[in-house]
Ligand binder design. Structure first.
Ligand code: SR1
Length: 410
């Protein structure tokens, strides 16, 4: 995992500058009626995203990198920092709010980096973060959730996990007055905001890239495991691409999520490539799957023959993608560090009684091998610099969150 880093956040000053710019632009437009002026609401914070690139257009056509984000207009004027009141649950340093992070999975760089982001944001907000991981064991995740309820924490972040099994226990937490937010678990409870990386879009972007690269025809080995909310959503988009390009044939589906996902998947991909000698493409829906597929193809001496497509990005992925002769051609990702930070901010906002949208979608970005090589990007920090859309999420910011983050951030 790469070392902890400070992510550029949407600063209050920067957001205020955007508000001024938006007002100036509005003033320049003769047809704009007074009702279309930017809304100013004292209780919400500016939520401007750094990139304004439509999902279907390349951010930098030469680079092959597509930012799938759209900016949200700033909606408020930030109060002067000194006038910002810190909500009572966050105002006593001797009585920190407690947030339980109840994780299904924790192995691999995606989850390590997510945790690092969550811990950093928790520290900045003065939150005690109680982390647990079930290492893929559903009963253990439920037991960890029950423990959090018994501990009477202020909020719980459900990180992955089977919705049907978790829902009744999450309801117990809600009934006990505990705030709940989820990441990558489609709980479908109106009181529980759901954070995700816009997985339908992830699936569409990576599968579409594959389809176009192979000219809409060819045999594909598919690496995906059903039953994980993000993977199920990505699979939906793959099914759409198969429908759209009928000459693309999925000839096998393999993959395993375990404590050694890459190695276990590698063994399965080795068998699949032997059984399907005409296949030349592998679609994977998780970076641990992609790493396993790259190993399988490389060890079989077939790196030149295959194109591999994946999801997620981190320094170790960038090194695999950019290695000489690597078959991994493209990935679609957010930065899980930002997603971890967002998860804690959402929990904090709920504790403070702030309104939080039910669906919090972090827009993913397509990153190609060519783009990484052409820009000599060797780690995640360099990538975030090159593609600011991967930086701090503009979601769930309030004046007091800015204030605490500014005060306590490194
Ligand atoms: C087994 S689920 C793995 C996925 O969870 C997160 O959504 C990451 O993007 C990863 O691909």
């Amino acid at each position: 995992m790469s070392s902890r880093r400070v992510i550029e956040r949407p600063s209050r000053r920067w957001a205020q500058a955007l508000i001024v710019a938006a007002l100036a632009l509005t003033a320049c437009q003769p047809d704009v009626t007074p009702t279309s002026a930017p809304t100013v609401a004292p209780t919400t914070t500016p939520t401007a995203a750094p990139a304004t690139v439509a999902p279907t257009e390349a951010a930098t056509a030469e680079s092959g990198a597509t930012a799938a984000s759209t900016a949200e207009a700033p909606t408020a004027t930030a109060a002067p920092v000194n006038a910002v009141e810190i909500p009572s649950p966050f105002s006593d340093v001797n009585a920190k709010p407690r947030v339980a992070l109840v994780r299904e999975l924790s192995d691999g760089s995606f989850f390590e980096r997510y945790l690092a982001g969550a811990q950093a944001q928790a520290e900045e907000l003065g939150i005690e973060l109680l982390d647990s991981s079930a290492s893929g064991d559903q009963a253990k995740q439920i037991a960890n959730l029950e423990t959090a309820i018994q501990q009477r924490v202020d909020a719980i972040i459900i990180d992955h996990g089977r919705a049907d099994a978790l829902r009744p226990v999450v309801q117990q937490a809600l009934d006990a007055g505990i705030q709940v937010v989820s990441f990558d678990s489609a709980l479908n409870l109106p009181q529980v905001p759901e954070i995700e990386q816009d997985d339908l879009l992830i699936g569409q972007l990576i599968a579409r890239q594959l389809a176009v690269d192979i000219g809409g025809a060819g045999e594909v080995i598919y690496v995906n495991v059903n039953g994980f909310a993000p993977l199920d959503k990505r699979d939906r988009s793959w099914q759409d691409i198969l429908w759209r390009y009928p000459d693309i044939k999925q000839v096998a589906q393999v993959g395993k999520v375990s404590s050694s996902t890459a190695a276990d998947t590698q063994a399965q991909v080795e068998a699949a490539i032997k059984a399907n000698p005409n296949a030349t493409t592998i679609l994977t829906t998780y970076d641990e799957f992609a790493k396993g597929a790259v190993q399988a193809v490389t060890q079989a001496g077939l790196a030149d023959k295959y194109r591999i497509y994946g999801v997620d990005i981190n320094t170790d992925d960038i090194q695999v993608i950019t290695a000489e002769g690597s078959p991994w051609k493209a990935t679609v990702a957010t930065d899980s560090y930002s997603v971890g930070r967002l998860s804690v901010r959402a929990a904090a906002a709920l504790i403070a009684g702030e309104p939080v949208d039910r669906y919090l979608l972090v827009p993913p970005v397509l990153v190609t091998q060519d783009f990484l090589r052409q820009n000599a990007i060797s780690d995640i920090d360099g990538l975030v610099k090159a593609l600011p859309a991967l930086g701090e999420s503009p979601l769930v910011w309030f004046d007091w969150i800015y204030k605490l983050t500014d005060q306590n951030g490194s």
